[in-house]
Design a binder for this molecule. Structure first.
Ligand SMILES: NC(=O)c1ccc[n+]([C@@H]2O[C@H](COP(=O)([O-])OP(=O)(O)OC[C@H]3O[C@@H](n4cnc5c(N)ncnc54)[C@H](O)[C@@H]3O)[C@@H](O)[C@H]2O)c1
Length: 379
């Protein structure tokens, strides 16, 4: 298969993951990158041996580019996504797809009219651990899933990101920034959400940056930083999602599912690997093997020293292969838009003290075949 030619808009922190992943891939090739800050584009272009487009408009006008990856900050996502679609290119965006559900719904309409695809992060549900969980659920090992909990708690982002402002305004917060990993994995495992209830709050009204180069600057927090939600799935399952950047320490597991025939400990969907554990009826916990599934091998060391599997970009590889094979892609616009509606419903439910019914639904993305890596997209 001839690789599909990609352009990237947004040359900040996460662009390294995409440029490194693209360099390892036989499915795509990056032609050029662009950024509002031409010096950022020039630096990434030099580091990864690709071209720096003279401007975002020039990248969008390049007829060789089929898919444009949007790695800008969340508040810029909608306008950049629209410009990509208007240029007749397929768009793959980092999460959240847009800063609001209404913008995402409009984007899907525009893309359908233009005959181009929309895809977006997160793609961690395609990792080995979560595919192994999907296989166990689809084999009926848990029976009907009735309840569970997904938990992401920390003390924020201002201690590591060089420009953490976007995390604390509209489009950010733990609900929109980290919620996509947990809700996308839940929808992948359980199907669509039907309604949402929640409480939310802003724990700390200001944040002091401790990362370089802006250590000592203060950010005013304009978005909820703690949420406790009940997600009622169309399947009948109810999951409690707790997301916070106001917690210093905790010992809760990231993700547990309870079925009438068994329980499943799901590894953190912020990454692609980890060992799921299953306990069937009265039996003790036992690990679910993940090495038959693609994208399982640890390939990144975190700041805290943990070795994790991080294959951020495989959703884009699947979309590129799907375009060539004329099949649906898994990290689809319908999935990311449904997830965004769920996340926005958490904020609405918290503000208005009521259940919020979802207006969208989506199919569960197809499971990946067994294999080791990118070759699974070839068939
Ligand atoms: N940093 C991470 O670890 C991480 C992980 C997963 C997902 N993401 C997501 O990736 C996206 C980018 O995050 P980041 O950490 O790389 O942010 P960043 O602030 O480091 O980089 C964003 C870049 O986009 C550019 N930009 C902003 N608006 C633009 C526009 N209209 N046109 C062109 N360029 C524009 C900025 O100049 C900047 O270089 C966000 O949606 C974030 O949620 C980040």
């Amino acid at each position: 298969m001839t690789p599909i030619t990609i352009g990237i808009i947004g040359c900040g922190v996460i662009s390294d993951a995409y440029l490194k992943g693209a360099a390892r891939s036989a499915t795509i090739t990056v032609k050029s990158v662009a950024d509002l800050r031409p010096e950022a584009a020039a630096a990434k272009a030099a580091e990864y041996g690709v071209a720096a487009a003279p401007s975002v408009a020039a990248l969008l006008a390049d007829p060789a580019i089929s898919i444009v990856v949007n790695l800008t900050v969340p508040l810029a996502h909608a306008a950049v996504n629209r410009a990509i679609v208007a240029a007749g290119k397929h768009v793959y965006a980092e999460k959240p797809l847009c800063a609001s559900f209404a913008e995402a719904r409009d984007l899907l309409r525009l893309a359908a009219a233009a005959g181009v695809r929309v895809g977006g992060a997160p793609d961690t549900f395609m990792g080995a651990a979560h595919q192994a969980c999907r296989r166990a659920i689809d084999a009926g090992r848990l029976g009907t899933i009735i309840a569970g909990a997904a938990t992401v708690l920390s003390h924020g982002m201002e201690h590591w990101h060089p420009n953490p402002d976007f995390f604390f305004i509209k489009g950010g917060g733990p609900i929109l920034d980290l919620g996509p990993y947990y809700v996308t994995t839940l929808v992948h495992l359980l199907g669509p959400v039907a309604r949402v209830a929640a409480t939310t709050c802003i724990g700390n009204p200001t944040r002091t940056i401790t990362s370089q180069p802006r250590a000592g600057e203060t950010i005013t927090v304009a978005i909820e930083t703690t949420a406790t939600a009940i997600l009622a799935f169309a399947s009948g399952a109810s999951i409690v999602l707790t997301a916070s950047w106001d917690v210093w320490k905790n010992k809760r597991l990231p993700f547990e599912l309870y079925g009438i025939d068994g329980s499943l400990l799901v590894p953190d969907p912020n990454f692609f690997g980890g060992t799921p554990e299953i306990a069937e009826k009265g039996a003790d916990w036992s690990p679910l093997p993940i090495t038959d599934h693609p994208f399982h091998a640890p390939n990144r060391t975190l700041r805290d020293g943990r070795e994790v599997a991080d294959y951020r970009i495989i959703g884009l590889l699947d979309m590129a292969a799907a375009i060539q094979q004329n099949r649906p892609h898994r990290a689809s616009g319908e999935l990311t838009t449904h997830v965004l509606e769920v996340l926005e419903a958490i904020t609405t439910a918290g503000a208005e003290h009521r259940w919020v019914a979802l207006t969208t639904t989506c199919d569960r993305p197809a499971p990946l075949p067994l294999g080791t890596g990118e070759e699974v997209f070839a068939s």
